[in-house]
Design a protein around this ligand. Structure first.
Ligand code: IPM
Ligand code: MG
Length: 368
C-alpha cells in the first residue's frame, strides 16, 4: 500500500518558517515511528500570486482535491494589500475551503498548563481550559449572494448576504454533536436569533438534529454577543461551541487569546468522507502570516506542529501518535523553552523557531 499523501502549502509570512519545523516532525515520524507520508509542496496566497498571478492555481486546487490531507501555513501580507479583491491572498484559502467543501472548522482553545499565567485573564479563569469551537466554514455571509459594491443614486452601497440552508446547518451541527460525545458531551449553539432570520433557522435546525439524533448530548443556545461575554467571563462553562462562519471567525480569535497565545493554536477544517473513508481535510494554525516578524526566526511553530497532530488524529486515525506529539509540545513548554510570544519576563532569551522545533523533536525522542 502506498503512503498517505500530504500537500503542504506553506504560503506567506511566517508560513514557510513554521512549516519547516513541521517537516522535521513529519520526518521524525517516518524514521522513528514508521509512519511515512508522500509529501508534495506547492504555493498558496501571495506566494502563488507572485508566480501565477492568482492566489491559488487550478493545478494546485486539483492536487488539494486528490491528497489525503492539506497542511497550510498562512496567507497574506502588506505587500498584497493593494491587490484587487479577487486575487488577494485570502481568496486562495477561501477557494480551498469552498471547493473542498470543508464545512466544519474545528478550533480548539486549550490552555497549556505551563502557560496558564500567560493569559490576560486571571489564572483560575483559564487554567485547565479546553473548549472546541466548531465554526461553519463554507457558507454564511462569507459566500452568500448577492454581494458586491454597487452604485445607488450617487452613493456606493456595500452588500453581503447571510444565507444558510437547512442542510448546511444540519451537517455542521452533526459534527459538533459527534465531537461533544467524545469530549464533555455538551454543545452550546450561538447565533443572533433575536435579530436575524438565518439565526432563527439555525437555532431551530440545531435543536431538531439534537432531538432526533443526539438527545443524550446537553444542548444550550446563546446569542453570539452574550456568548462572547460569557467566553471572557467564565469560559470553562463551555465544551463544544457551534456557530456560523462570521461569528465563528470572531469567537475563535477571542477564545484563542484566552489561552495566552495565538501561536499555540491549531485548527482542522473537515468535509465529507472521501472514497477511502478519510474526510476531506485541511489543517492550519489559527494565527496569520505575522508579516512583522516574518524571516526573523521569532515565530512560534507550535500551532502549525499541533495542526499536524490534528491531522494524525482526524485524517489518519493515529490518535495515540497525536497524543504523543501534543505531550511533546507540553513537555517543551514545561521545561520553560519558549518562543518570544510566550515570554513576558525580561532578560530571558527566547528560543528561535527552529530551536523550538528541535526541542519538540527532543521531547518526542524522550517519549520513545
Ligand atoms: C481565519 C481567517 C480567515 C477568515 C481569513 C484569512 C480569510 O481570519 O481563518 O479565521 O476570515 O476566515
Ligand atoms: Mg479569523
Amino acid at each position: 500500500m502506498s503512503n498517505p499523501s500530504l500537500l503542504i502549502l506553506a504560503g506567506d509570512g511566517i508560513g514557510p518558517e513554521v512549516m519547516a519545523e513541521v517537516r522535521k516532525i513529519i520526518d521524525w515520524f517516518g524514521t522513528k515511528r514508521g509512519i511515512s507520508f508522500d509529501v508534495t509542496e506547492d504555493l498558496v496566497g501571495g506566494a502563488a500570486y507572485d508566480v501565477h498571478g492568482v492566489p491559488l492555481s487550478d493545478a494546485t486546487m486539483e492536487k488539494a482535491q486528490e491528497v489525503d490531507a492539506v497542511l497550510l501555513g498562512a496567507v497574506g501580507g502588506p505587500k498584497y494589500d493593494k491587490l484587487d479583491f479577487s486575487v488577494k491572498p485570502e481568496r486562495g484559502l477561501l477557494r480551498l475551503r469552498k471547493e473542498m467543501d470543508l464545512y466544519a472548522n474545528l478550533r480548539p482553545a486549550q490552555c497549556f498548563d505551563a502557560l496558564s499565567d500567560f493569559s490576560s485573564l486571571k489564572q483560575e479563569v483559564v487554567s485547565g481550559l479546553d473548549i472546541m469551537i466548531v465554526r461553519e466554514l463554507t457558507s454564511g455571509v462569507y459566500f452568500g449572494e448577492p454581494r458586491g459594491i454597487i452604485k445607488e443614486g450617487n452613493e456606493r452601497v456595500g452588500i453581503n448576504t447571510q444565507r444558510y440552508t437547512e442542510s448546511e446547518i444540519a451537517r455542521v451541527a452533526r459534527s459538533a454533536f459527534e465531537l461533544a460525545r467524545k469530549r464533555g458531551n455538551k454543545v452550546c449553539s450561538m447565533e443572533k436569533a433575536n435579530v436575524m432570520e438565518s439565526g432563527i433557522l439555525w437555532r431551530d435546525v440545531v435543536q431538531e438534529i439534537h432531538d432526533a439524533e443526539y438527545p443524550d448530548v446537553e444542548l444550550s443556545h446563546m446569542y453570539a454577543d452574550a456568548g462572547a461575554m460569557q467566553l471572557t467571563r467564565w469560559p470553562k462553562q463551555f465544551d463544544v461551541i457551534v456557530t456560523d462562519n462570521l461569528f465563528g471567525d470572531l469567537l475563535s480569535d477571542l477564545a484563542a487569546m484566552l489561552t495566552g497565545s495565538l501561536g499555540m493554536l491549531p485548527s482542522a477544517s473537515l468535509g465529507a468522507p472521501m472514497a477511502n473513508g478519510r474526510p476531506k481535510a485541511l489543517y492550519e494554525p489559527v494565527h496569520g502570516s505575522a508579516p512583522d516578524i516574518a524571516g526573523s526566526g521569532k515565530a512560534n511553530p507550535c500551532a502549525c506542529i499541533l495542526s499536524f497532530a490534528m491531522a494524525l488524529r482526524y485524517s489518519f486515525d493515529l490518535g495515540a501518535e497525536a497524543d504523543r506529539l501534543e505531550a511533546a509540545v507540553n513537555a517543551v513548554l514545561a521545561k520553560g523553552i519558549r518562543t518570544a510570544d510566550l515570554l513576558n519576563t525580561e532578560g530571558v532569551t527566547p528560543a528561535s523557531t527552529s530551536e523550538m522545533g528541535d526541542a519538540v523533536i527532543a521531547a518526542l525522542e524522550e517519549s520513545l
